[in-house]
Design a protein around this ligand. Structure first.
Ligand SMILES: [Zn+2]
Length: 366
């Protein structure tokens, strides 16, 4: 009889732990939606699970200088993160986190992040480099970490940061973004572009200055920080619009540039170019040549779009000057100039996608 009671007790404990875990998974998975911007058609999210992934990554790197934390220790949130999470650095989830990180660049793995976002928000694993089993395992492991560390308390204590983020998001002028997107369509002549295009935006407080992009079945996903690049941790609406336009351009431009990868490489070899002559700073200086080309072209096109829309020379410098002077984009203005011929010979080219070889010829000229 005694043994029987003992068995029941163990059974209840196991079931309780299991149901708590399941509840935490549910909690983490459902705490994603902030608001749906029905007027402008962008879906805007934030997610504790994604935030916890960034927190875990910063813990993995001991809050030392990495792309995850960056100057983040100046951010009041990182003080709170360090205080709350430092004692959990030996947790199994953290010990095994390298599977989901880009340790070469001391960063999160942006491909994994995109796969995770698509899986969490749209239950989609199609064409994903990470299959459903990997993603499910990650969600189970991070949920365990969430439980073991009482992260619930952390997020509850941070509610004022989240409230102010939500307020800020609610007041962003997405109408301006919409107008700029129309300008993109005109400038690039994206005739092959779907009218059903959706934009999904995921905000996180824990990854300074980052934005990623992913084109998934007519859905462009951007993950970004609300902070400005001046590193004062003030929310910056202009910066957000600027970043989103940048990411939206990537989604179209990268795909078409990629088709000319071989031609880019031929030019690099023929004229003996070094990456440091295009970009001097990481991560751009380490990228593949076609990605270096993307990053430059996206900035150049954005400067053209801002110039057209705001009708001011200052708009060009707003997009390019810091990139050139601080960001190490040594060819930013050359790319910008390479678009002049495209603008005056619109009738010859079927949109920017046909003009890419001309840009390659111009910017790789010695
Ligand atoms: Zn970029």
């Amino acid at each position: 009889m005694k043994n029987y009671a003992y068995f029941i007790f163990i059974f209840v404990v196991v079931i309780t732990i299991f149901s708590l875990l399941v509840k935490d998974v549910q909690k983490l998975r459902t705490q994603t939606l902030v608001l749906k911007n029905e007027i402008y058609g962008q879906d805007i999210y934030r997610s504790q699970l994604i935030d916890l992934y960034f927190i875990a990554a910063s813990l993995y790197y001991n809050f030392e200088d990495s792309s995850v934390v960056n100057d983040g220790t100046k951010n009041v949130l990182y003080d709170e993160v360090i205080e709350f999470y430092s004692r959990h650095s030996e947790h199994n989830f953290i010990k095994n986190l390298h599977k989901y990180l880009d340790t070469y660049n001391s960063d999160i793995d942006s491909n994994f992040l995109m796969a995770l976002v698509r899986y969490l928000l749209f239950d989609c694993t199609k064409e994903s480099p990470f299959n459903k089993i990997v993603l499910e395992e990650f969600v189970a492991d991070i949920s365990e970490f969430y439980s073991d560390t009482n992260s619930h308390n952390f997020f509850e204590n941070s509610y004022q940061h989240y409230n102010s983020l939500d307020n800020f998001i609610n007041n962003i002028d997405f109408g301006l973004l919409d107008n700029l997107i129309s300008e993109i369509d005109i400038y690039l002549e994206r005739k092959d572009f779907s009218e059903n295009q959706q934009y999904t935006i995921v905000f996180s407080l824990f990854r300074p200055y980052m934005a990623s992009f992913y084109n998934s079945n007519d859905n462009y996903i951007a993950i970004l920080s609300p902070y400005g690049i001046d590193r004062d941790f003030e929310y910056n609406e202009n910066q957000i619009i600027k970043t989103l336009v940048h990411e939206i351009l990537h989604c179209y431009i990268n795909e078409h540039v990629h088709k000319y990868e071989d031609y880019i490489l031929q030019n690099v070899e023929m004229f003996n170019w070094h990456k440091s002559e295009f970009n001097t700073r990481a991560p751009y200086a380490n990228m593949d040549w076609h990605r270096i080309f993307d990053e430059n072209l996206v900035r150049a096109v954005q400067a053209k779009i801002y110039y057209t829309f705001f009708k001011s020379e200052d708009a060009i410098d707003y997009i390019l000057r810091d990139e050139y002077e601080i960001g190490g984009f040594k060819k930013a203005y050359d790319f910008y100039d390479s678009l002049d011929a495209y603008e005056i010979s619109r009738n010859i080219y079927d949109g920017i996608k046909e003009y890419i070889p001309q840009i390659i010829n111009k910017v790789f000229e010695r």
